[in-house]
Write a protein that binds this ligand. Structure first.
Ligand SMILES: [Cu+2]
Length: 158
């Protein structure tokens, strides 16, 4: 009997170790040939009632694709943005042509760079909560992602 028990324990250990390592990282969504990893958001430091959305977008296909638009449950006003320097000042610019995701490559939406912009938000979601959104790609079509709300100073994830 005790031999059996030891065997069971040994068999469950690797799974426990895997689960312990997972939080935050194994957050992955597939939309056709597109893989979205670790979608997260934080309140915008630049604009009131706004938050930015970030994620890694990998195109596993052989054709370039393009992120055309996004929606979110927290607001009807969602845009795709980039940042650029104007003199000494960093400004946000709307990308009306979307964001190209080249075949076989990963594009990272991250602070001070490309992002999804959620504007006119009635109440910014609390840290640690989640909200849903859709992403619309030219070729892969549309799919759902879940954003994890992070602290305003959450930064620069690898
Ligand atoms: Cu923006």
């Amino acid at each position: 009997m005790s031999g059996m028990r030891t065997l069971l324990l040994a068999a469950t250990l690797p799974l426990a170790a895997f689960l312990a390592a997972a939080p935050g990282e194994a957050h992955e969504t597939k939309i056709g040939q597109i893989v979205i990893e670790h979608a997260w958001s934080k309140a915008s430091p630049m604009v009131a009632k706004a938050a930015a959305g970030y994620m890694k977008i990998t195109n596993t296909g052989t054709e370039d694709d393009r992120l055309l638009s996004a929606t979110a449950t927290i607001t009807g006003n969602v845009q795709l943005h980039d940042m650029k320097m104007e003199g000494e000042v960093m400004k946000m610019v709307e990308l009306t042509d979307g964001i190209v995701i080249p075949a076989g490559q990963t594009v990272e939406l991250k602070p001070k760079s490309l992002h999804v912009m959620f504007q006119d938000i009635e109440s910014i979601p609390v840290e640690g909560s989640y909200f849903n959104g859709t992403l619309v790609f030219e070729k892969a079509g549309s799919g759902q992602v879940e954003y994890e709300m992070m602290a305003p100073n959450a930064g620069m994830t690898p």
